[in-house]
Design a protein around this ligand. Structure first.
Ligand code: DHE
Length: 484
């Protein structure tokens, strides 16, 4: 028998009976050495930050229904479970790292693209497909947007977050999971093509306008990762010296724009060259940026910092901060939306800490109207052919309500309560704007399809906590009213 090195024996002796030893004995086989995840999700403090400590304890004790996570109340005492729950909130003894070598080692090709037909192998309109994230059991549905039938359903990595992003022709879709896994799926052949783990804790991804590059923004390690969009192979990592709040593509600028969470800078990475240098243009901001959106021409960036409150407008050409935005609470600019009112653009944003929608003039950045709602909201959506902007009430006792705001009068025209007592959130329109799809955000939830004019319910598909849904045509055209 091979003997263990002395240091390992000493560690094992010291760790015996400790939460670290319990982790090794009961958790490591699924959640990985150093808690970075394996078949189960990563259990780093960054990964668990969104889960309340009591919930962590409950999951260890009782497991998670309909998942591989079993309950450990029979094997572990209450004190051991408490110890494990607090151990998981601490950073690991050896800081978790994810190098270029790790990224390369994680890369998997799941299908040979050169052997697959390059035309749709289904009968649905490829530009009216929907990609739906079922966050309850970590699955993705591909939906025919004319008949609202499911063409494919497959398991995603743990906790896909942020909007999946599309290749410019709409054939490929890219997903980012909070655990850092990036997946590439072919909507013509309904097949997963490749996956790579780009980090240990990821914010989101962006795809370049020309479809050649995928940029991933990470919290852990604090960096940017450039992948080849054809197969997700690693091109380059760029350390940022900061966690990355979010990355976006700015199509008219031929660049990626990056918000940083720990330093007062915005980065712009031009990608028009045949071989981009990936040298960032660093733009000074007045504060760290948590959340941002662009003006319709992508010349200006409006951004908020959750620490400071309010926001700032940065001119991306000159790099100057040109205005403050008069917004209280926590506006969720990333979910804000534009439309035309009396021939002029307006911008509206929900607020995740206060019950109102703020409507701004995107030329003067003055507040046009604050629309009181039944509670703080998360997502807003509209369509050029819709009279209304749909805005959810995500938080509080009225989270089952959804407001339809008249785009011209700026009044709430209707408040729907699709399933009383269950959160109604996040909508997306069909490509022509005729129908709108809404999530009932519950494990026994549903996707409800409404006629966007008559507001009549057309169809209801049972789903497990459906979160975001994304229409291929609206997304690749960067259509008015949808997220980018
Ligand atoms: Fe999100 C998009 C940040 C919590 C569901 N969320 C985004 C984006 C950012 C962001 C920067 C835009 C990325 C993109 O689309 O490429 N989200 C944050 C946060 O900072 C916050 C508040 C805390 C966090 O821990 O990250 C947060 N988000 C949540 C949730 O709790 C939600 C409701 C459930 C979940 O899945 O985690 C959630 N976020 C979403 C969804 C989108 C999103 C569904 C895509 C919106 C779209 O329509 O494009």
């Amino acid at each position: 028998m091979k003997s263990l090195p002395l240091v390992a024996l000493l560690w094992a002796a010291a760790a015996h009976g400790t939460p670290a030893a319990d982790y090794q004995q009961y958790c490591e086989s699924c959640h990985g050495l150093n808690r970075i995840g394996a078949t189960g999700p990563a259990l780093l403090a960054e990964s668990l930050g969104r889960i309340k400590p009591d919930e962590v304890r409950k999951v260890i004790e009782q497991g998670r229904p309909a998942s591989q996570m079993a309950g450990f109340s029979a094997q572990l005492s209450a004190a051991q479970i408490d110890g494990l729950a607090s151990f998981l909130q601490q950073p690991p003894a050896t800081p978790a790292t994810w190098s270029e070598q790790n990224i390369r080692g994680s890369h998997r090709l799941l299908a040979d693209l050169s052997q697959l037909p390059s035309t749709p192998q289904h009968h649905a309109d490829p530009l009216n497909l929907f990609v739906v994230v079922e966050s309850g059991d970590h699955h993705i549905d591909i939906l025919d947007g004319d008949h609202f039938t499911v063409l494919d359903r497959f398991a995603s990595h743990f906790a896909v977050h942020g909007g999946p992003k599309f290749s410019p022709d709409g054939r490929f879709v890219y997903f980012a999971s909070r655990d850092g896994w990036i997946s590439l799926y072919d909507l013509h052949n309904l097949k997963l093509i490749a996956e790579t783990r780009a980090g240990l804790n990821t914010r989101n991804l962006a795809v370049s306008k020309d479809g050649r590059w995928v940029l991933v923004g990470n919290y852990l390690p604090g960096n940017l990762v450039v992948l080849d969009a054809r197969d997700l192979s690693l091109v380059k990592t760029l350390p940022t010296g900061s966690r990355v709040s979010a990355v976006y593509t700015a199509p008219p600028r031929n660049s990626f724009v990056v918000a940083l969470k720990d330093v007062n800078e915005v980065w712009e990475l031009p990608y028009a060259a045949a071989q981009p240098s990936w040298e960032p243009r660093r733009i000074a901001a007045r504060d760290v940026l948590d959340d941002f959106s662009f003006s319709p021409d992508y010349r200006q960036l409006l951004a908020t910092s959750r620490k400071a409150g309010g926001g700032q407008v940065i001119d991306l050409d000159s790099g100057a901060v040109i205005s403050d935005i008069p917004l209280a609470g926590m506006p969720h600019l990333g979910s804000g939306t534009y439309w035309r009112r009396d021939g002029k653009w307006v911008f509206a944003t929900p607020n995740i800490s206060q019950g109102h929608i703020s409507v701004l003039d995107p030329v003067t950045w003055k507040l046009i109207k604050q629309i009181p709602t039944l509670g703080p909201g998360f997502f807003m959506r509209s369509h050029i052919n819709s009279r209304y902007v749909w805005s959810d009430v995500f938080f509080g006792p009225d989270n089952d309500a959804i407001h339809l705001i008249d785009k011209q009068t700026l009044q709430i025209a209707h408040t729907l309560r699709p399933v009383p007592g269950k959160t109604a959130a996040h909508v997306e329109f069909t490509r022509d704007g005729r129908y709108v799809l809404l999530s009932i955000w519950a494990t026994d939830g549903a996707l409800i399809v409404y006629d966007s004019q008559t507001l009549e319910e057309i169809k209801r598909l049972p789903m497990n906590k459906p979160s975001g849904k994304y229409n291929v045509g609206n997304k690749i055209e960067f259509a008015e009213g949808t997220s980018h």
